[in-house]
Design a protein around this ligand. Structure first.
Ligand SMILES: [Fe+2]
Ligand SMILES: [Fe+2]
Length: 166
């Protein structure tokens, strides 16, 4: 099995897009289904953001200083998603603002994933060798084992906050 960092992250993105589609296709009044999907989405996002924040971003920033601006923008985008996730974790589908907030989250994350896939990953692949990408991927697989799964876990917020306010 490949541990290529970009392959792993793209697989996560694909799963996220699948969950987003399911949520969008759910009936308006299917509150139980929506609650369940939202929980899966928040968990998938929390884990994915964590392994990028702890594995992919700092490593890339160190190895490819030219991509620093992209990494900084990505941390900001993660932060916006973190805030929305934390708020959604405390809400239920019956809340008036639940669907609207989920939509904004999914739109933001989709934009962010598109940018990573179309713009950022190709630059990273050009700049790093296969071996480096496999090492970063292996590290992310390790990080995933013990990653926070809920947006309320303080570890889910730590790296982004360090990067944007420290
Ligand atoms: Fe990201
Ligand atoms: Fe990503």
């Amino acid at each position: 099995m490949s541990t290529d960092a970009i392959v792993l992250l793209k697989e996560d993105h694909k799963e996220m897009r699948r969950l987003f589609r399911e949520f969008q296709n759910a009936d308006d009044d299917a509150t139980e289904v929506k609650a369940q999907l939202a929980e899966q989405i928040l968990e998938a996002l929390t884990v994915h953001t964590y392994i990028e924040n702890e594995g992919m971003y700092p490593e890339t920033r160190k190895l490819l200083p030219d991509l620093e601006d992209d990494v900084l923008e990505s941390y900001e985008e993660h932060h916006v998603a973190d805030v929305l996730c934390a708020e959604l974790a405390a809400m239920s589908p019956e809340d008036e603002r639940f669907d609207a907030k989920m939509m904004v989250l999914m739109e933001n994350v989709t934009h962010h994933m598109d940018e990573e896939e179309q713009d950022w990953f190709p630059k990273v692949r050009d700049g790093l060798g296969r071996k480096q990408l496999q090492e970063i991927g292996a590290r992310m697989i390790e990080l995933r084992e013990n990653a926070p799964r809920k947006p309320s876990d303080p570890r889910a917020l730590k790296k982004t906050l360090e990067a944007i306010v420290a």
